[in-house]
Design a binder for this molecule. Structure first.
Ligand SMILES: [Zn+2]
Length: 282
């Protein structure tokens, strides 16, 4: 059960916020006939045919202790989730790693959906004024997502609650394409799931790791790369981004850190087996 791996000079650790709600694959992938799931049911769905996602963030830290503490995505946040009856556990799980909110230097958002931005800001009980959860951090948001979700016609309550206030709080950095977070660590645009969806690429000491956000949601999409969930904003674009990145990850033997595969199987490699591209958890 791998939840942490070293990529060159960096340690990358999966940090769970919460299990997501069980989802019916016929609702999430409405264009995929039920029988097409049959070869994958035993490992991609549970015994009742439901997809069980996790909501997972990651911490990137230099093994030396030098350099920034980078949080990739901030989960669903400080609200009680109907399906668990509990709040997200991101802050508790960071504390278990010895990381307090003020230790985080950069929060990089793969994309501006509610399950990736939830802990960005907290609202006081009485006056509802937003405050930064990670008071020392700069939030790296793709300029394309910012441009999209700040248009009134694309209004999104989660964005308005958890991303928009970052500007007035002086913690917003808009990312244009490939930008360096730390030596060897860059953003990597993989647009389509949202207009500005981005991965985080780590190239260090001859190793490469990639944090894929919502480039794919279920392990089935490593093999069936054209299957798109209803959450994808532009399915042509998301398919192209998925195919291109998974190909590179396979050919160049990258380590892949995912946002929604179940904890313990969420870190792996993309490999070719019997003529099919498949997920190999590490
Ligand atoms: Zn997501």
């Amino acid at each position: 059960m791998t939840t942490s791996l070293t990529i060159g000079d960096y340690e990358v650790t999966a940090v769970l916020d919460s299990p997501g709600p069980p989802r019916d694959p016929s609702t999430v992938f409405p264009t995929v006939p039920a029988k097409d799931w049959d070869p994958y049911r035993s490992f991609a769905l549970d015994s009742e045919g439901m997809w069980l996602p996790d909501w997972c963030s990651h911490i990137i830290r230099a093994a030396s202790g030098e350099g920034p503490v980078i949080l990739v995505d901030s989960g669903m946040g400080d609200v009680v989730h109907q399906h668990t009856g509990k709040k997200g556990q991101l802050l508790n799980n960071l504390a278990a790693l010895g990381i307090q909110p003020e230790d985080v230097d950069i929060v990089v958002t793969t994309h501006c959906h509610g399950d990736h931005i939830g802990w960005n800001v907290a609202y006081g009980e009485g006056n509802g004024t937003p405050a930064l959860t990670f008071p020392s951090a700069t939030h790296w948001i793709a300029a394309r997502d910012w441009g999209h979700y700040t248009k009134p016609e694309n209004s999104n309550p989660a964005f308005d609650k958890s991303v928009k206030p970052l500007k007035q709080l002086g913690a917003l950095k808009l990312v244009e394409g490939v930008e360096q977070l730390a030596p060897g660590i860059t953003t990597l645009p993989t647009n389509g799931h949202t207009p500005g969806h981005q991965c985080v690429l780590i190239e260090s000491g001859g190793d490469t790791g990639v944090l894929t956000g919502d480039l794919f949601h279920n392990v089935v999409q490593v093999t069936e790369q054209t299957w798109c969930p209803t959450f994808d904003w532009n399915t042509d674009m998301s398919t192209e981004s998925r195919q291109r990145l998974l190909n590179r990850a396979m050919n160049e033997r990258w380590t892949v850190f995912t946002g929604h595969l179940p904890t313990g199987t969420s870190i792996g490699n993309i490999v070719s087996e019997a003529g099919k591209t498949v997920w190999k958890a590490l």
